[in-house]
Ligand binder design. Structure first.
Ligand SMILES: Cc1ncc(C[n+]2csc(CCOP(=O)(O)OP(=O)(O)O)c2C)c(N)n1
Length: 376
């Protein structure tokens, strides 16, 4: 396996000294290394498209090749700035991409088992890179990464072109999750979520965000056989609140709950300008100051008080809570409120390693949810 520090050493030898991106569990140890040991040269971006923006700014200021890292799910966010700004027909800016290949295809073009949200993205990733005119090489644990980096960075500099390394699973050594040191009395996300779950009437629909939160919720629903009232936004990170808004617009006589994460919320923050207009939304952000689901990296939210900003966006009631008692109290009030509510729950990062994954096809969950919405 490749050691993150050795890999970064070779990047630096090639004068690649600036790193921006959104983390991916597939190469979490490298993402963690950027954050922990490259503090001055690294920005954890809120969105992969914004990481391209940061990279363009860095290039304009230095003339050097910046690096942007992402999970292949984030390619959709990259496409707009890549084809309308950094493309060779416009500003012609070189970028070195590192892309985690979820839903990867093996050498015989057979897809290895992965979550449903990664199936199509995994299949089209190479084709997308070709269409985007990004020269790429595939990396695994045994690859000669020194040669790959040397080759691609040389090509990128010489031709002023973007290049990419497509990373297979288990290429990098190191652990995904860092040990959590409990600094305060905050609840874990799972306990906070269970508290919310226990006090929401089961006839209220829920939309849950990407990552571990949906897996925790899935277990809770499964235990009491109430899976039908939940739409798990397993892909499309950051769009749970927009899905909630779409539902709320039509089902405007009833409350709809969005269970969101701080990283997800930041990824498409502007969506709150719309959700705040829906009177029947209860928007709950579980703020663990982390991308817990992909290795616990810290989003740039240390100074952000989501509940205060939600007020500015126009939410009628906004609260910040961190205990079971406060959670129960505010949820009860939110359900009774005539207008919408935003609740920020401060919690600590960390999750169980043995969380279940939804066992049926995604289409099954859509079907039972739509039936539930129709009948309620
Ligand atoms: C567009 C996109 N980029 C990145 C990812 C990888 N990813 C999945 S969950 C997650 C972290 C979500 O963070 P947050 O919303 O704070 O929730 P937490 O994991 O902390 O509960 C990331 C980066 C993704 N699924 N989609």
């Amino acid at each position: 396996m490749i050691k993150p520090n050795q890999f970064i050493k070779i990047l630096k030898k090639n004068k690649i000294n600036f790193f921006a991106g959104v983390p991916d569990s597939l190469f979490a140890s490298l993402c963690n290394y950027f954050q922990d040991y490259e503090k001055k040269n690294h920005i954890l971006s809120t969105n992969e498209g914004s990481a391209v923006g940061l990279a363009i700014g860095y290039h304009l200021a230095t003339g050097k090749v910046p690096l942007v890292y992402l999970q292949n799910s984030g390619l959709g966010n990259v496409i707009n700035p890549a084809v309308s700004l950094s493309d060779k027909k416009i500003f012609n800016i070189p970028i070195f991409f590192l892309i985690g290949w979820r839903g990867e295809l093996n050498k015989n073009n057979i897809q290895i088992k992965d979550e449903p949200q990664h199936k199509t993205q995994g299949q089209i990733t190479k084709a997308l890179l070709k269409i985007l005119n990004i020269k790429f090489e595939v990396l695994n644990s045994k690859s000669n990464y020194v040669n790959i980096i040397n080759r691609l960075s040389k090509y990128s500099k010489k031709n002023n072109k973007p290049v990419a390394i497509l990373i297979r699973k288990n290429s990098f050594a190191g652990k995904k999750n860092i040990q959590v040191k409990k600094k305060n009395n905050f609840l874990t996300r799972e306990i906070a979520l269970q508290t919310v779950f226990d006090c929401i009437p089961k006839n209220i629909p829920k939309v849950s965000t990407t990552g571990m939160l949906s897996r925790e919720l899935y277990e809770m629903n499964k235990k009491i056989k109430k899976e039908k009232n939940t739409f798990m936004c397993i892909g499309g990170m950051g769009h749970a609140i927009s899905i909630t808004s779409g539902l709320a617009m039509v089902k405007n006589k009833r409350k709809i709950i969005c269970l969101d994460g701080d990283g997800s919320s930041l990824m498409h923050f502007g969506a709150m300008a719309v959700s705040a207009k829906m009177k029947n939304i209860i928007h709950i952000v579980f703020n663990n100051h982390a991308h817990d689901s992909v290795g616990g990296q810290t989003p740039p939210s240390e100074n952000i008080e989501f509940y205060k900003i939600s007020k500015q966006f126009g939410y009628s009631h906004s609260y910040k809570v961190n205990s079971k008692k406060e959670i129960v109290k505010k949820i009860k009030v939110a359900i009774k409120n005539k207008n919408n509510t935003f609740i920020e729950i401060l919690c600590i990062k960390g999750h169980r390693d043995n969380l279940l994954r939804p066992s049926k096809e995604a289409a099954y969950y859509k079907k039972i949810f739509m039936k539930f919405i129709k009948e309620n």
